[in-house]
Design a protein around this ligand. Structure first.
Ligand code: SAM
Ligand code: SF4
Length: 323
């Protein structure tokens, strides 16, 4: 079992399989992003990542999520899904994606053993989607969502709530998610040095205030390790709000992150990490386990965001860590 020094059991591994992305979302990266931070030779191969996944699964990890960058731009991602699923068929195996390539990929991902999909959808307005992603994306994303539903995936929709951008659409987005039998999770915008500086996020209370104009809402008990507060409307629809500006999910954090170039990261809002790349390339799995232990020992008790949102702005790029 993987346990950190605060006694938290770590059973959830998130892997950013690539930092590359076909979008350039304003809250995630600058317009002139060159994606040249890592370099091709430094990306772990699927085999190298898989050997590390096996170490984690053999030590009690029960959930693996593939993210990015955009995981569907990495070639043959379904092969990696299949490698992991074949090793532990009952595993909770999920992916976070912008949905653009799901129309083409949903079927093979399902066949490879992927079980759940979180799809990012910030707006139902094509112009706003174009503004946010800096590319015409909405029709592709919506087609991708439909394909995922057709393939029988359990889906969640991730919506970053932004003042003056999609605050007028939060109800419409909830209704859309409901129509697809999906849970929507509004995410507070997390300030970081790569995001456009003029974006202003809505906080949990702002989101609830907007939704309360249409629904009567009750907070309910969330699943123990989820970063998302859970709510239910009077007609029984459940939705979430992820508010990292509060520390209250840190106490039950069960996550560990691996970046595409092999950096093992104990906390999204914390600058440190240690690389397993050389150990995996040398097939020195004893060393990899030692690094894993050191990273768990370094997992901070709380993320460094302040309740008032005025904490130090993170320089960690979401497109490298996978959010
Ligand atoms: N490309 C995939 C996608 O967009 O779903 C996966 C990677 S993306 C970094 C993972 C999640 O992080 C997405 O749901 C995205 O909306 C969210 N995200 C990115 N930057 C964010 C920010 N500054 N604040 C809050 N959420 C952010
Ligand atoms: Fe790409 Fe996802 Fe970042 Fe948007 S949020 S730029 S889709 S990695």
């Amino acid at each position: 079992m993987l346990v950190d020094k605060f006694g938290r059991v770590i059973d959830y591994l998130r892997i950013s399989v690539t930092e590359l992305c076909n979008f350039k979302c304003r809250y995630c990266m600058p317009e002139d992003n060159q994606f040249n931070n890592i370099g091709r030779d430094n990306i772990l191969s699927y085999e190298e990542m898989f050997e590390f996944v096996k170490i984690c699964l053999d030590n009690g990890v029960k959930k693996v999520r593939l993210t990015g960058g955009e995981p569907l731009v990495r070639k043959d991602i379904q092969k990696f899904v299949k490698m992991i699923n074949d090793y532990k068929p009952g595993l909770d195996l999920a992916m976070t994606t912008n949905g653009y390539y799901l129309k083409q990929k949903a079927k093979e991902l399902r066949e490879a053993g992927l079980k759940r999909l979180n799809i990012s959808l910030d707006t139902l307005d094509a112009k706003k989607a174009n503004f946010l992603a800096r590319k015409e994306v909405l029709s592709y994303v919506l087609a991708g969502i439909d394909e995922a539903v057709n393939e029988g995936f359990v889906i969640k929709l991730n919506t970053v709530a932004l003042r003056g951008v999609n605050d007028g659409e939060l109800i419409e987005l909830l209704e859309f998610a409901k129509s697809k039998n999906a849970q929507i999770r509004y995410i507070e915008f997390m300030e970081n040095t790569h995001a456009a500086s003029d974006l202003k996020g809505l906080k949990k209370d702002d989101i609830l205030e907007i939704l309360s104009k249409k629904y009567s809402i009750k907070e309910i008990t969330k699943s123990p390790n989820s970063p998302s507060s859970l709510f239910v409307t009077s007609d029984g629809y459940k939705f979430g709000i992820i508010d990292p500006h509060k520390h209250d999910f840190c106490a039950s954090c069960n996550r560990l992150r691996l970046s595409a170039d092999g950096l093992l990261i104990p906390c999204l809002y914390y600058e440190d990490g240690q690389s397993i790349k050389e150990a995996m390339r040398a097939r020195d799995y004893t060393k990899a386990r030692e690094i894993l232990k050191a990273v768990l020992d370094a997992k901070p008790e709380k993320n460094k965001w302040e309740n008032d949102g005025k904490g130090e702005i993170s320089s960690r790029a979401f497109y490298q860590t996978g959010g």
